[in-house]
Design a protein around this ligand. Structure first.
Ligand SMILES: Nc1ncnc2c1ncn2[C@@H]1O[C@H](COP(=O)(O)OP(=O)(O)OP(=O)(O)O)[C@@H](O)[C@H]1O
Ligand SMILES: [Mg+2]
Length: 274
């Protein structure tokens, strides 16, 4: 199982939106997808449970606390091919309650180990804060994708995230962790949007996905109907863009892991922010 976190220290950049549409797109491409909702806001959980909310079952909060197993918390969603390890608001407390516990940065990595043969790809949604929860995510996933919505301060927090990735690689268990890329979301035909794109491609080169996601009202409509943009509006520019982004990411999902456990042909290099 490969794993990708959608992460940015800045809020509202399109992490959850991208996660949901990538999950749907990859499932449509025949991959078995697990969504792990590691954001206490639980936005992805809400959409993937059709706004029903959760019953009594355990969530990622209990898994992190060590009182439930990951496979007991899994939910089959109405989205074909997509399963969910849900979040609940209790997840916010994990940061405090684990603060002095042994192995606090390793809880998620350990909890997910038994599921690694069950899915092609795990996509992890995260909250915008710097937190122990996000360190747990970084210490587990193979790659990080950072959605960036062009605007003032759109690169805020990117340098800190790169530092966090470097530190996890150096001091924790995930030496293969890679910043896979930056994806521009909510792009418009404005001077600011074009400037940010040019600046980003100048600074980060091929670390920036070729595909950019346009701002489209169809995306928000889809959320409010608990659908992906592919179901809601398959001909929309946003659906086409997310489909192209899925194509850019699938080669990683397909990449074989060699016998030493190291990914072949991959690069775990990260570029420095200027
Ligand atoms: N391509 C798009 N076109 C139009 N609206 C969009 C698009 N992408 C995201 N949005 C809207 O922008 C808002 C923020 O998006 P989203 O919730 O995905 O960001 P986020 O990074 O997950 O936020 P948070 O940091 O709070 O978790 C939402 O209302 C979402 O519907
Ligand atoms: Mg979100």
């Amino acid at each position: 199982m490969k794993s990708i976190a959608l992460m940015s220290e800045k809020g509202g950049t399109g992490k959850t939106t991208s996660l949901l549409n990538l999950a749907s797109g990859m499932a449509r491409a025949g991959r078995k997808v697990l969504v792990v909702d590691a954001d206490p806001q639980a936005n992805a959980t809400m959409v993937l449970t059709g706004g029903q909310g959760l019953g009594e079952g355990p969530t990622l909060a209990e898994v992190m606390a060590g009182t439930a197993r990951a496979d007991d918390a899994l939910i089959v969603t109405p989205w074909t091919g997509v399963e969910l390890l849900p979040a609940s608001p209790n997840l916010a407390e994990v940061n405090l309650s684990l603060a002095n516990e042994l192995g606090r940065e390793r809880r998620l990595r350990k909890a997910m180990e038994p599921l690694k043969g069950d899915y092609d790809i795990a996509l992890v949604d995260t909250g915008p804060a710097r937190s122990l929860l996000n360190v747990n995510v970084l210490n587990w996933v193979g790659q990080v994708i950072v959605p960036i919505s062009p605007g003032l301060f759109s690169l805020a927090g990117l340098g800190q995230l790169q530092t966090a990735i470097e530190e996890v690689r150096m001091y924790l268990d995930n030496s293969e962790l890679a910043l896979r890329g930056l994806v521009l979301t909510m792009c418009e035909r404005t001077a600011v949007s074009t400037d940010v794109e040019r600046q980003l491609r100048g600074l980060f080169g091929d670390l920036v996905f070729t595909t950019t996601i346009p701002r489209s009202v169809r995306v928000e409509e889809a959320h409010s109907r608990f659908q992906s943009v592919f179901d809601h509006s398959p001909q929309s520019s946003a659906a086409k863009a997310y489909s192209a982004l899925v194509e850019e990411i699938l080669p990683y999902v397909e990449r074989k892991t060699n016998r030493s456990g190291k990914r072949s042909g991959g690069t775990s290099k990260t570029h420095d922010a200027a």
